[in-house]
Write a protein that binds this ligand. Structure first.
Ligand SMILES: [Zn+2]
Length: 134
């Protein structure tokens, strides 16, 4: 899931701005930058974003400075890191080809060892026991 912070970063990177006016989000972004998902995220987290961007009148300026400098960068970096990990875990699970034949189809034995499907196919059930060739 995309974080609303990523949407904020996207807006700011494009030269736009997000501010709070009368407890409402005022988004200024280049035409066509935000898609429907971005807009619905901003709408969904509007309440939180308003709180973060304008927690109170007295601390508004200080919080805005913090928001602009350190904290959101960390949060965006964390969110991006998490997204990268999920991406690698679910999508980019890199198959390591067999060093002998290049086959990427592999199987794992009950010891957790990886075997090439082509060079070292799993023993058929009931087959005779053989020593490991590693
Ligand atoms: Zn192989």
């Amino acid at each position: 899931m995309t974080s609303p912070l990523i949407v904020l970063a996207k807006i700011r990177n494009a030269g736009g701005s997000v501010s709070v006016v009368d407890q409402d989000l005022e988004v200024s972004a280049p035409p066509g930058l935000l898609d429907d998902e971005d807009r619905s995220l901003l709408a969904k987290y509007k309440h939180d974003l308003v709180k973060v961007l304008a927690p109170s009148y007295e601390t508004q300026e200080r919080e805005a400075i913090q928001w602009e400098s350190s904290a959101p960068d960390d949060e965006v970096a964390t969110a991006l890191e998490l997204a990268r990990e999920e991406w690698q875990e679910y999508v980019l699970e890199d198959p390591i080809p067999c060093s002998t034949c290049g086959e990427i189809v592999a199987w794992w034995d009950s010891w957790g060892n990886r075997h090439c499907q082509a060079c070292d196919p799993p023993r058929t059930p009931g087959g005779k026991l053989t020593c490991s060739r590693t």
